[in-house]
Design a protein around this ligand. Structure first.
Ligand code: PMP
Length: 420
């Protein structure tokens, strides 16, 4: 086994995006909320694959199922054939997730990643409505392919691709741009503007908590009003739950407490439970008008990922997991609220919901410096927001309370060393 140093990555890996600069070490092992590098140094993972590892690394039960599955020569790749693993997943997803929440969706496997589910949702909305425009939100993030990028409210990410926001209206999100602007009213006026020949959009796509955009949480009333506008104008509401879903905000779907029912839901990241690529697009049955072959792809519905995804759903069979997420979320809120109070130099604001919280600071570069300092002390944490102005706490939902406390200590020490 070769123990690589960082040189090989700096020389050979493309600049496109590499965490070598933010997290300058070579990782080797991981378990639960911990990771270890090749030198044996331990890190607390407060990043969790940007929401792809909500159940932590190498969950013991999922691992066992995976090993059993592989050792019995079960099917790994099957294109669109019906397989036992896919059937098991569909059945359990319906019984444990959809039915108890009174949700009636058909499940589509759009391709392996979050971007694929967004693409499929946008395509389907256009097909169903026969219209093209999509409303998306400032600082929203929906993926890196051309369609998903065209609804991503981040100029830097679109710039190199040479695509403007095509067929898209972007709007400020939940009054975050201006306290005095009622975005729902703004939207209504825009839609009513017949004189300018406004074409009614096919869909609206939003994250209930913007993950990459700076953990901006939409309030529930705003979401309800948005849903009502969509209904009134026949605009399909797409909730991109790629990052906020699978328990990240405290409930399986991020929109449950808001009491809205999107027409289409995008899921990926933690749905496989084990960090394996898997994506789902949930579609209201009456909208499922795909013609066979109209959206296909070689790697849709990964059988190995179905095995871990099915096991992961066990966490949701009763409310124990949800309760533990709620308790630990409160610990995170309390910790961040105290930090902001204790270190006024931060000029910090606590943002987000559940296990999707962070602190924004207007001081240039400070959030990144705090994350870098924390890394030196053995904690992995990312920044978010258009100016990287938010340090974002994203541990696995399965982290112990003790693990959280350990992380809090490192974060506080990092803040303290930089502001006082
Ligand atoms: N939507 C949201 C809300 C996301 O956070 C992401 C990934 N950060 C995506 C879509 C794209 O997912 P993927 O990177 O798996 O293509």
């Amino acid at each position: 086994m070769v123990n690589h140093d960082l040189k090989i990555f700096e020389e050979l890996e493309s600049n496109v995006r590499s965490y070598v600069r933010s997290f300058p070490t070579v990782f080797k092992k991981a378990k639960g909320y911990k990771m270890w590098d090749i030198n044996g140094k331990e890190y607390l993972d407060f990043f969790a694959g940007a929401g792809a590892l909500n159940y932590g690394h190498n969950d013991e039960k999922m691992k066992q199922k995976l090993v059993e599955y592989i050792m019995s020569d079960s099917i790994t790749h099957s294109l669109d054939m019906a397989t036992e693993a896919k059937g098991n997943f569909l059945k359990k997803f319906n019984e444990v997730i959809l039915k108890p929440r009174n949700l009636n969706y058909k499940v589509m496997f759009p391709g392996p990643t979050g971007t694929n589910t967004v693409e499929s949702a946008l395509k389907l909305a256009r097909k169903v409505t026969g219209r093209t425009n999509v409303i998306s939100f400032t600082n929203g993030f929906h993926g890196m392919t051309i369609g998903a990028l065209s609804v991503t409210g981040n100029a830097m990410k679109r710039k190199g691709a040479g695509i403007p926001l095509q067929h898209v209206v972007t709007m400020p999100y939940d009054n975050f741009v201006s306290e005095s602007l009622d975005t729902v009213e703004y939207l209504e006026r825009f839609l009513e503007d017949n004189g300018s020949g406004v074409e009614i959009p096919a869909a609206m796509i939003l994250e209930t908590v913007q993950g990459e955009g700076g953990v901006n949480a939409a309030n529930f009333e705003w979401l309800q009003r948005i849903e009502a506008v969509c209904k009134r104008w026949g605009i399909l509401l797409i909730v991109d739950d790629v990052q906020a879903g699978v328990g990240r905000t405290g409930t399986f779907f991020s929109f449950e407490k808001a009491g809205i029912t999107p027409d289409i839901v995008c899921l990926s990241k933690s749905i496989s439970g084990y960090g394996l690529p898997l994506a789902l697009t949930l579609i209201k049955p009456e909208l499922d008008i795909w013609s066979p072959g109209e959206h296909n792809g070689t790697f849709r519905g990964n059988n190995v990922a179905f095995v871990t995804a099915t096991e992961a759903l066990t966490y949701w069979e009763d409310d124990t997991f949800e309760k533990s997420i709620a308790k630990k979320s409160e610990m995170i809120t309390e910790f961040l609220t105290n930090i902001v109070k204790k270190y006024p130099e931060l000029k910090g604001e606590v943002k987000g919901r559940g296990f999707m919280q962070g602190v924004s600071t207007p001081i240039e570069g400070l959030a990144s410096s705090i994350a870098a300092k924390a890394f030196e002390q053995g904690l992995i944490m990312e920044t978010a927001g258009p100016e990287d102005e938010v340090f974002k706490l994203f541990p696995p939902l399965t982290i112990s309370e003790e693990g959280l406390e350990k992380g809090f200590k490192i974060i506080e020490e990092s803040v303290q060393s930089l502001v006082s």
